[in-house]
Design a protein around this ligand. Structure first.
Ligand SMILES: O=C(O)CCC(=O)C(=O)O
Length: 270
């Protein structure tokens, strides 16, 4: 999928684009089933909130077929390669659960600062492209973005190892207030299937989810191949070191996979 000139212009100016219903209900169903399977077992790649409920499943594209297909999906891979004007590799793949009643906050931050400080990423030539697996509502902890904040470049941040179970380089309140005064805050919401792409220096965060509505979002962090990380300090399942350019699959890959599964004979019960 290629972005239009208007979408690219919006991305460069505002730092993000949101495309509602970019994935169909059939595609989302197979991804939601995958997320259920992924979050079921205890694995080291599944990080939990301080309360114990799952927060993030890293690298499930390495062991779950539907996630693997999503990791090569043209609607995700091509727009990022288009923005960077070169092929991309997978820096990180994760599903953030933001569980009903228990999903915790993500403090205000810029992703590139963590990728640079913790992984040795040279330039902000990587970004997240995300797919809503649940309906994202104004009330269940939507991702909040500060438009145009990417223009400030990488901003000094503090290493927050306390607030949540996941260490992150976060921004102080004065900095966020100044940037919000200039750009405001947007929180793209919509049905499962929405697609959100945002610049590695765009300031963003999300509040806790105290509603009965889970808010799962799957994020691919795709990096320009020329921007491979040089000093990874985090586990390989968080900051990948396979810099192979991703070859996009056909656009109907998820649908074909869903249909092939529905034709499989039911498992014998006797
Ligand atoms: O899923 C969320 O609410 C926030 C995720 C996020 O900010 C990140 O992964 O950098």
């Amino acid at each position: 999928m290629k972005l239009t000139a208007e979408q690219l212009e919006h991305f460069h100016k505002e730092g993000y684009i949101f495309i509602p219903e970019a994935f169909t209900a059939e595609e989302i169903e197979v991804l939601r089933e995958a997320a259920k399977d992924v979050f079921e077992p205890e694995r080291e790649e599944i990080w939990r909130e301080k309360s114990g409920v799952p927060r993030t499943a890293f690298a499930c594209h390495t062991y779950n077929k539907a996630c693997e297909i999503l990791g090569k999906h043209p609607r995700l891979v091509e727009p990022v390669a288009q923005a960077f004007e070169e092929p991309v590799y997978m820096h990180q793949f994760k599903i953030n659960a933001k569980a009903a009643f228990a999903g915790d906050v993500w403090q205000w931050h810029q992703d590139f600062v963590t990728w640079h400080n913790d992984d040795g990423m040279p330039e902000p030539r990587a970004m997240n492209i995300a797919v809503f697996l649940d309906d994202v509502l104004p009330i269940n902890g939507p991702l909040m973005l500060v438009p145009r904040s990417h223009e400030s470049g990488a901003i000094d941040a503090g290493h927050d190892t306390e607030t949540t179970a996941y260490p992150l380089w976060t921004l102080d309140n004065d900095t966020v207030a100044r940037l919000v005064e200039q750009g405001g805050i947007v929180a793209p919401t919509g049905k499962a299937g929405g697609l959100l792409m945002f610049h590695g220096n765009l300031v963003h965060g999300s509040a806790g989810n105290i509603t009965p509505y889970p808010r799962k979002i799957v994020y691919l962090t795709l990096s320009a191949v020329s921007n491979a990380i040089t000093k990874p300090t985090r586990a390989e399942y968080i900051a990948h070191t396979d810099f192979t350019p991703i070859e996009a699959l056909p656009d109907d890959a998820l649908v074909q996979y869903a249909r092939s599964r529905s034709q499989e004979p039911a498992a014998a019960t006797a």
